[in-house]
Design a protein around this ligand. Sequence first.
Ligand code: NAI
Length: 440
Amino acid sequence: MSDFLVKLGTNKAARSVLGTLGIPAPQQLRRATGGYAAAPLTDRTAWVGGQGLGVDLSALVSALGASPGDERADVLVFDGCSLDGPASLKELHTAFHPRIRGLARFGRVLVIGRPEATSATTGAALAQAALDGFVRSVAKEVGRKGATANLLRVAPGAEDHVVGALRFLLSDGSAYISGQPLTLDSQLDSEAPVFTERALKGRVALVTGAARGIGAATTRRLAAEGATVLLVDRPDANAELEELAGFVGGRALGCDITDPDAPARIAGALTELGGVDVVVHNAGVTRDRTLGRMPEADWDLVMNVNVAAILRIHEALAAGPLHDGARIVLLSSTVGIAGNVGQTNYACSKAAVAGLARRWATELSARRIGVAAIAPGFIETRMTAAIPLMTREGARRLSNLSQGGLPADVAEAITFLSSPLASGVTGQVLRVCGGSLVGA
Ligand code: NAI
């Protein structure tokens, strides 16, 4: 990644100048490398407090390799499930005030609560709602250290699933996710996730738009966890696609996903591979123009690639090779949540994709198929390289005020959502954007 401010931020004198100017000095985040490790928190210290979940969180955190810590910890986990009214919220101050300043660089704060809708009293509902604002603010305060803060909402009955989400949110794999809530429910998966190395061994995955960017990073990451990947991209990307397929031991299928025969060709290739366990609808395009200047063809193309093709492919898969218990991940965007000038077509398509994730989660729950959408912020790929320089710099700063994310950041989140570690996660939109890593 080439980012002037990130480079500048590595120089001590420059950091102090940036500080004087009130510009947050960006961090080069500590990111995960390689496949999942059995004990990702080895050499780190963790403090665990609070109560109410009914799970021995200290035992789970030490099983990840962490040793006990307190005022200078790498990881702070607080169980806020018992918070039940305005006065109880003081426990957040009591727990974090003495510890937050000592949180290590690239540290992790995780607050655990209950979905507000499952609260028995008004007091509990407001206290659980309050955790959201608290965590988002903590995320902004610790962002200057490259540390993250996230909220895990656990529905009653889903306690057994905490172990997987905890592993992801406390590890370096979630380096670019901060200030985000994630909910676990008990409807989908009956069994708690059990950690195994090469979590996707024996599984078949489909990745569309696999030739480059986020799709290529995801392909590599899923393959590193043992999946056999069917890589799909447009025929003009065949050379890159074949090369990557050879590298990961997968299979390349050159095909434009909007072609009328694409659903049948993709379903056919997956049937030959024995069916599909992980589907990543990643291929997407932008055609940016303000609405008054946008040609009809640009509107149609974006809707066709980003939404209609996904629907057609899904129908072909659901009627054939899609296994029960599979996982589906859709690429939405923060633009689909917040909107953006010049992107009415794109934002519309990406909000539709988030809606699809919620809808399919309900429709497919009887088949134990988990569905989630990822909403990346600004990720440095060829798609964003096409944005004019000044707009791009502005977007980078708005996204993070420090640096754009990397395709690998999104790939880590997709891999989590594709794996048994995400048991209990369905119908959600997870934002992968360092929006809170702003240090301001
Ligand atoms: P990219 O442009 O680097 O890669 C997209 C890939 O999709 C390319 O290999 C392209 O050939 C393929 N593709 C496009 N149209 C296709 C079609 N009709 N049939 C088959 N393949 C097709 O884009 P990037 O950045 O990797 O984006 C991947 C996904 O993530 C997209 O859905 C995008 O909207 C989404 N996203 C990206 C963000 C970013 O900042 N880069 C932010 C938010 C969402």
